[in-house]
Design a protein around this ligand. Structure first.
Ligand SMILES: C[S@@+](CC[C@H](N)C(=O)[O-])C[C@H]1O[C@@H](n2cnc3c(N)ncnc32)[C@H](O)[C@@H]1O
Length: 210
């Protein structure tokens, strides 16, 4: 699935920008449900960016293996560099690409997507992004999602509007408005098991199963 976005240009400054706007709050949201990952799990991280979440999963979850699927080669380079710099150990299979880089018959206990579902339109999410990932999620698997949800407060609406425009310009993301990804997951046959609102309600950390 080629969605056209390219985070290579923004990759070196992505984490710094996120910190400038949100402090550590986006990171805190992403780790809320990491303790739901069973030991020895096979984990698929999709769009993990510069690798902070990879470090957290390696340190906190003791997975059997991680596939790190990222369309941005710069992000993958940063994530690999982070592993080396921090002397992180664990079996990580870095793949530059999208779902087409998944191997047939591959199955995962856990899929993690943080601030990725919001890049797409409803149609792309439902027809192109979610189905191939669901194919590789074990029947007993869990999907950990952290992402923006429709804000109710005016300043949050304005911030989201600016962010979407910024990433359309700098990374060519497809979304023009925030997609209702929860509905997308439900339509794809998943069930929401847990949810915690973060960042003043504009981010939701969730656990989904079949
Ligand atoms: C908004 S960034 C979020 C990065 C990271 N998850 C974080 O929260 O810091 C979205 C990331 O998803 C990646 N991405 C976009 N489409 C993808 C796809 N179809 N498969 C894998 N990665 C993708 C981008 O390259 C980018 O690094």
């Amino acid at each position: 699935m080629t969605t056209g976005s390219n985070f290579n240009w923004i990759a070196p400054v992505y984490d710094a920008l996120a910190f400038m706007v949100f402090g550590h709050r986006l990171r805190r949201a992403q780790i809320i449900f990491l303790n739901r990952i069973p030991a020895n799990a096979s984990v698929l991280i999709v769009g993990g960016g510069a690798g902070w979440i990879l470090e957290q999963v390696l340190l906190k979850c003791h997975p059997k293996k991680i596939v790190y699927l990222e369309t941005s080669s710069q992000m993958v380079a940063l994530a690999g560099g982070r592993m080396l710099r921090k002397s992180l150990t664990g079996f990580v299979d870095f793949r530059v690409g999208d779902d087409t880089a998944l191997v047939p018959d591959e199955q995962f206990d856990v899929i993690i997507t943080s601030f990725v579902l919001d890049l797409f339109t409803e149609t792309t999410l439902q027809t192109r992004f979610l189905p191939p990932l669901l194919n590789v999620l074990k029947p007993t698997g869990i999907w950990l999602v952290t992402d923006f949800v429709q804000p109710k407060v005016s300043w949050q609406k304005a911030l989201l509007w600016v962010m979407i425009r910024f990433f359309r310009l700098t990374a060519g993301i497809e979304a023009k408005t925030l997609v209702n990804w929860q509905q997308g997951l439900r339509l794809a046959g998943l069930v929401q098991k847990e949810r915690q609102r973060q960042v003043g309600g504009m981010v939701s950390a969730e656990v989904w199963t079949r």
